[in-house]
Write a protein that binds this ligand. Structure first.
Ligand SMILES: Nc1ncnc2c1ncn2[C@@H]1O[C@H](COP(=O)(O)OP(=O)(O)OP(=O)(O)O)[C@@H](O)[C@H]1O
Length: 461
C-alpha cells in the first residue's frame, strides 16, 4: 500500500480517482488546491502526488517544489505537448491526459511508485554506505571525521608520505594503520615505532640498524626497523620527539630511498613508505630549532588532522556505545547499555584525553558494573581541571619505590594506577623521563606506555 495525495478541484473527478486508487489498495488523501494541500498534509509523507494542472489559485505544478523527493504526476484536460513538457521541466515525473482510461492510469501510477521506491532505496543505501564506511572500523559521522576518512581513502593508494596530527588519544595510530591497510603495501609489513619510547641513545641504531663494532656493545650487525619495513610501511609515532641525528638520517632516507646503518660506509636501498604522527605543534618546534624544517616539509606531503573528541558532536555517544559493545564482548559480559545520566555525562565531559580517555572510562565502568546498565557514577568522569582535592588518596611515601607488580601487591590495580598518576604529575616538572622511570622502577618504554594508557601526556618539551 502506498500513500497517495490527489489534488483536484472537481469533486466528481476527485471521487473517481479516490475510488480507483483505494480499490487498487492505496491509502488516498485529497485536497482541492495547492495551498490547502500544503496546509493540511505532511507532503513528504506521501509516496506519490497526483495533481491537476489548472486549479483555483496557483497551478498544480507549484506542488513540485513543496514536496522534494516525492514524485508528482500532473493531470491536464488540455494535454497539449507544451503543457506536458512544461510540467516535466518543472520536475513532474509524468503527465496524465484527461479524460483518462482507468487501467492506463493505474499502470502509470504503479510504474511511478515502483521507480520512486527504487530511488528512495538507492538514496538510503548511499546514505548508509557514506555513514558507515570508515577506514579500519573507525567510528564517526561528524563532518570533521568524514573529511578524515575521505583523506585516508584518497591518500592510501599513493606512495605519499603522510603526517597525522592531533591531540593524544584521537586515533592517529588507527588512521596510520588504515592508510597502510588500504594501500598496495597492505600485504607487506607495517612497522610501528614510538619515537618517544626508545631511549635517545638507542634510537638511531634501532631505526637504522648498526654494523658490528659500531659502538661499545654492538657485537653483531643489526638491521634496523626501517629495513624491517622493506616492502611495507614504517609508522613513526611521536615524530616530534625524534632527536637531531635521527632526523638527519631520516631526511636522507626520504630523499634518496637509502638507509645507512650506524657505523656503515655504504647505504642500502629500501622501499618503505613513511607515515608519521605527532600531537606536537611541529611548525613551532621548527621555529624553536628543535625540528628540521626540510624534514617537516618532506613529511607533510599530505596532512591528516584528527579533531579532538570534544569537537565531534554526536560521534561521542556513538563512540561510547561502540566501545561499550567492544569492552563487554572482550570481557565476556552480556551486552550493556548506557543510562540517560551516563549519556548526559558523556556529552558534557570535555574529554581532554580524547578517545583513549573514553575507552578507559567505559572499560572501568564495564568492570565495575553489576548489571547491564552503565550509569554516570560508574563512568566516574573527573570534572575539568582534575579530581576534587579530597578525592585524591594520601601521598605515598618514597619508601614505596619501586613499584612492584600488581599481582604481588595487596593494593588494587586502581590504587596502583592512581599512585602512578600522582607520582608522575607531582614530579614530572623537575624530573626527566629517565629519572622518573628510574624512580618508579620501570623502563622508559613502560613509563611512556603507562602515560598513554592513563592519559597523562608529557608536559616537558
Ligand atoms: N574513531 C575511532 N573509532 C574507534 N576507536 C577509536 C577511534 N579513534 C581512536 N580509537 C581508539 O582509541 C584508542 C586511541 O587511539 P590511537 O592509539 O590511535 O590514538 P593516538 O592519537 O595515536 O594516541 P597517541 O597520540 O597518544 O599515540 C585506541 O584504542 C583506538 O582503537
Amino acid at each position: 500500500m502506498s500513500r497517495i495525495l490527489v489534488i483536484e478541484d472537481e469533486p466528481i473527478i476527485r471521487t473517481e480517482l479516490r475510488r480507483l486508487l483505494t480499490r487498487a489498495g492505496h491509502d488516498v488523501a485529497e485536497a482541492g488546491a495547492v495551498p490547502e494541500a500544503a496546509a493540511e498534509h505532511a507532503l513528504d509523507a506521501f509516496d506519490l502526488v497526483i495533481s491537476d494542472l489548472r486549479l483555483p489559485g496557483p497551478p498544480g505544478t507549484d506542488i513540485i517544489a513543496l514536496c522534494p523527493g516525492v514524485p508528482v504526476l500532473i493531470m491536464t484536460s488540455f494535454a497539449t505537448v507544451k503543457s506536458a513538457v512544461d510540467a516535466m521541466k518543472l520536475g513532474a515525473v509524468d503527465y496524465i491526459a484527461k479524460p483518462f482510461d482507468h487501467d492506463e492510469l493505474l499502470l502509470q501510477v504503479e510504474r511511478v511508485l515502483r521507480e520512486g521506491r527504487l530511488t528512495r532505496q538507492n538514496a538510503a543505501l548511499k546514505r548508509e554506505v557514506e555513514q558507515t564506511w570508515s577506514p579500519g572500523g573507525m567510528v564517526g559521522t561528524s563532518p570533521a571525521m568524514r573529511d578524515v576518512f575521505e583523506r585516508v581513502r584518497k591518500v592510501a593508494p599513493s606512495a605519499a608520505t603522510v603526517l597525522v596530527l592531533g591531540e593524544s588519544g584521537t586515533g592517529k595510530e588507527l588512521v596510520a594503520r588504515a592508510v597502510h591497510a588500504q594501500s598496495p603495501r597492505a600485504e607487506g609489513p607495517l612497522v610501528a615505532v614510538n619515537c618517544a619510547a626508545i631511549p635517545e641513545g638507542l634510537l638511531e641504531s634501532e631505526l637504522f640498524g648498526h654494523e658490528k663494532g659500531a659502538f661499545t656493545g654492538a657485537q653483531a650487525a643489526h638491521a634496523g626497523l626501517v629495513e624491517a619495513a622493506h616492502g611495507g610501511t614504517l609508522f613513526l609515532d611521536e615524530i616530534g620527539e625524534l632527536p637531531a641525528p635521527a632526523q638527519a638520517r631520516l631526511l636522507r632516507m626520504l630523499q634518496d630511498g637509502e638507509v645507512r646503518r650506524v657505523g656503515a660506509t655504504r647505504s642500502r636501498k629500501v622501499d618503505v613508505r613513511i607515515l608519521a604522527a605527532t600531537h606536537r605543534d611541529l611548525p613551532r618546534r621548527v621555529q624553536e630549532g628543535l625540528f628540521r624544517q626540510d624534514l617537516y616539509f618532506r613529511l607533510r606531503v599530505v596532512e591528516i588532522r584528527l579533531p579532538p573528541l570534544r569537537e565531534r558532536g554526536e560521534d561521542v555517544s556513538a563512540l561510547a556505545r561502540h566501545l561499550l559493545e567492544r569492552s563487554s564482548r572482550r570481557m565476556g559480559r552480556p551486552p550493556a547499555s548506557l543510562s540517560p545520566d551516563a549519556l548526559a555525562a558523556i556529552a558534557q565531559h570535555p574529554w581532554p584525553g580524547n578517545v583513549r580517555e573514553l575507552e578507559n572510562a567505559i572499560e572501568r565502568a564495564v568492570i565495575l558494573a553489576d548489571g547491564p546498565l552503565i550509569t554516570a557514577d560508574l563512568l566516574a568522569l573527573e570534572p575539568p581541571g582534575g579530581p576534587a582535592v579530597d578525592s585524591i588518596p594520601p601521598v605515598l611515601e618514597e619508601a614505596d619505590f619501586p613499584l612492584v607488580p600488581a599481582s604481588e601487591d595487596p593494593r588494587s590495580p586502581d590504587s596502583m594506577e592512581e599512585y602512578f598518576r600522582r607520582f608522575v604529575l607531582e614530579h614530572q616538572e623537575r624530573m626527566g623521563e629517565t629519572e622518573l622511570a628510574r624512580r618508579l622502577g620501570i623502563s622508559r618504554k613502560t613509563l611512556w606506555e603507562k602515560r598513554q594508557r592513563l592519559g597523562i601526556p608529557r608536559t616537558r618539551a
